[in-house]
Ligand binder design. Structure first.
Ligand code: PTT
Ligand code: SF4
Length: 604
């Protein structure tokens, strides 16, 4: 089929074997690309292994729209069995590496095995090499990127890990372009476990497209439409940081380890505070609404700020100085750690310290102590020894009542939305296919502006609708979803882009089916890989059910466990999963996943 390079490049780091494999047409039709391909590959090839062992594989997966001259298409999915959660894990990164991989003639790169010594993979079109990385091992992600560009030329795409990934901190991410980060559930740690420091890729070919002229024309129109949108100028000023003020006003800004939804000093951290410090912006390739906000941080260095980062490294840990938040954010980027999990881990340590569950003292908002803790996490010493595997494991270590306020779902730390008074968003976290991340169903803005406190069937349906679009379509095409979400770029463009790229469009029905198929396959993966799967895995932490908000105009609010459980049952019902959340035989067969039945058993 047009629109694809049609090839998977497979590199085995244990024995140096490499192969180029055809992607079956059926896989393109059924799974589209990106996350769809990654889920299928992991289901077929990675079963029952320790995520940090040689047997795990890491998949770098593009979609049929990646790298094409249409808005915000420089994205790819990085997926693996997660060392943080033990289940399916992925993340979406904007990088020239995505574009170059396609130009080099591959849709997907699978890396398997483990190198004996530090290495990196260099891809130049047909030529693929495993090269020595001893001289860059131990280097920060920015410096390593610079060294690789000095060696291979500026015009390459680089995916790289920092010392966090090398030392197998479980929430280490993959970095690119000094500020793009992808793979929250420890994709950087998987690279580190394989002694793989980086991937450098350069492609000089054309991505095969069905109707190149039409695509270019429509791409141009799309870029123009984005620039003309009402919210465009404000977006350029604040990017995702525009959410900060809204979250505080609506009592869902993560504060003091998700105890509260409002922060006393929010004005010091919001989008307007950012505007006063902003010195530039950057972002992903092929994007004309670049959202990486650059400021000079408290050490006078460039740091990139997004809403999630400021929520988690600001209000969630009592840090009220944006320039200091910038330093912590930059440290995370350099070390290659996920900022969301990092902010949650620091908040956890602060609360554990306050409650005297650990000996060391780390106070809310203590900047120096945070810097030291980050270094300790990367070196896995002191406080780092307690927390380097994330809050779930840390709560097992420190005991007390900490399991109630270890803020995660399935082991992945919750991203920056407090849900004491948002049952829909809580369910979205509960049912996200990678653990508690907002990317699949960011239902909160709709929820807050409609029937906020209800546990209604409509809310459940809305979550599934968003999961189909965001978690299914966007993660698989693979393009950035922010043009649609943030500046109201028309959703109708995407089937047209797919048609011009592949010769085959996608109907509304097919979008739903695609999303459901991917969701059900990923859910099957979780059930197969978890030793003790149960519906409890789809629950947010006890804090939101047991401890009401103490401040703000929603003081006293908390979630209702029985009603949450009712929503969860409705969710399973619509999805065709059983009362434990495992896909049922008819559902699997109906989605063309008959081969899964024999593995999960007749009843799912
Ligand atoms: C994403 C998660 C997010 S979501 C943020 S801020 W956000 C954090 N950013 C980090 C960072 O920065 N440095 C760091 N060391 N760790 C970080 N962890 C956090 O990672 C990101 C953008 C953003 S910014 C969002 S919402 C959108 N996410 C998309 C998505 O998931 N899919 C898609 N098709 N399009 C998306 N567009 C937007 O991309 P993860 P990126 Mg990211 C400094 O990676 O694992 O998915 O986690 O990829 O290229 O940095 O773009 O307010
Ligand atoms: Fe990247 Fe932001 Fe542009 Fe999306 S809007 S492609 S995240 S720079």
């Amino acid at each position: 089929m047009k629109g694809y390079a049609g090839k998977i490049l497979r590199v085995n780091l244990s024995d140096g074997r490499m192969s180029k494999e055809e992607i079956p047409e059926e896989m393109m039709r059924k799974f589209l690309g990106g996350r769809g391909f990654a889920a299928k590959i992991l289901w077929d090839e990675v079963s029952g292994v320790d995520p940090l062992s040689e047997g795990n594989k890491i998949v770098f997966s593009t979609g049929p729209l990646t790298g094409l001259p249409i808005p915000s298409s420089g994205k790819m999915v990085i997926a693996s069995k997660s060392p943080l959660t033990g289940g399916y894990g992925d993340g979406n990164i904007g990088s020239m590496a995505a574009v170059h991989l396609r130009r080099a003639g591959y849709d997907v790169l699978i890396v398997e095995g483990k190198s004996e010594r530090p290495c990196y993979i260099a891809i130049q079109d047909e030529k693929v090499e495993i090269l020595d990385a001893r001289d860059i091992w131990g280097k920060m992600s920015f410096e390593a990127q610079d060294s690789l560009e000095a060696k291979h030329g500026k015009n390459v795409g680089v995916l790289v890990i920092g010392p966090g990934g090398e030392n197998i901190v479980r929430f280490a991410t993959v970095m690119s372009q000094r500020g793009r980060a992808g793979g929250r559930p420890g994709m950087g740690a998987v690279m580190g476990s394989k002694n793989l420091k980086a991937i450098v890729v350069r492609g000089t070919g054309e991505i095969p497209v069905f109707d190149v002229e039409r695509l270019r024309e429509m791409g141009k129109e799309g870029y123009g439409e984005i620039k003309g949108k009402e919210n465009y100028d404000f977006w350029i000023r604040q990017g995702t940081m525009q959410v900060f003020e809204w979250a505080n006003e609506n009592n869902c800004l993560p504060t003091s380890n998700f105890r509260e939804g409002t922060f006393r000093f929010s004005k010091r951290l919001d989008g307007y505070a950012l505007e006063r410090l902003k010195v530039g912006r950057k972002g992903c390739p092929l994007c004309n609404m670049q959202c990486g906000n650059i400021i000079k941080d408290a050490e006078n260095m460039n740091a990139e700020l997004d809403y999630e980062n400021v929520g988690m490294l600001g209000s969630n840990i009592g840090m009220d100085d944006l320039r200091k938040v910038g330093v912590l954010n930059r440290m995370a980027d350099e070390y290659g750690l996920d900022t969301i999990s990092l902010g949650s881990c620091l908040g956890f340590l602060m609360e554990a310290s306050e409650k005297k569950l650990i000996e060391a003292r780390i106070e809310w908002g203590d900047f120096d102590a945070c810097q030291k803790a980050i270094e300790d996490i990367v070196k896995r010493r002191g406080l780092g020894e307690i927390i380097f595997e994330g809050v779930r494991k840390a709560s097992e270590r420190v005991g007390g009542d900490s399991q109630d306020w270890a803020m995660h779902v399935k082991g992945l730390e919750i991203s920056a939305y407090d849900c004491h008074a948002c049952p829909g968003m809580a369910l979205s976290y509960g049912t996200s296919p990678i653990g508690a991340h907002h990317k699949d169903a960011w239902v909160i803005s709709w929820e807050v502006s409609t029937d906020r406190f209800s546990y209604s069937k409509e809310k459940v349906e809305k979550i599934i609708e968003l999961q189909r679009l965001r978690g299914g379509l966007f993660e698989s095409m693979t393009t950035c979803r922010l043009p649609w979400i943030e500046v109201d770029f028309g959703l109708h463009w995407y089937p047209k882009y797919l048609e011009a790229a592949r010769g085959v469009g996608i109907s509304q029905e097919e979008i739903s089916e695609l999303g459901d198929r991917i969701y059900t396959l990923i859910r099957s993966y979780w059930v197969r890989e978890s030793r003790s799967w149960s519906r409890k895995m789809d629950y947010p932490p006890s804090r939101w059910f047991e401890e009401p908000l103490n401040q703000g105009d929603l003081k006293g609010y908390k979630l209702d466990r029985a009603r949450y459980d009712g929503m969860l049952s409705r969710y399973y019902e619509i999805r065709g999963w059983d009362e434990d959340g495992a896909p049922q035989k008819e559902t699997l067969e109906g989605l063309g996943l008959g081969d899964v039945v024999s593995v999960l058993g007749e009843n799912g």
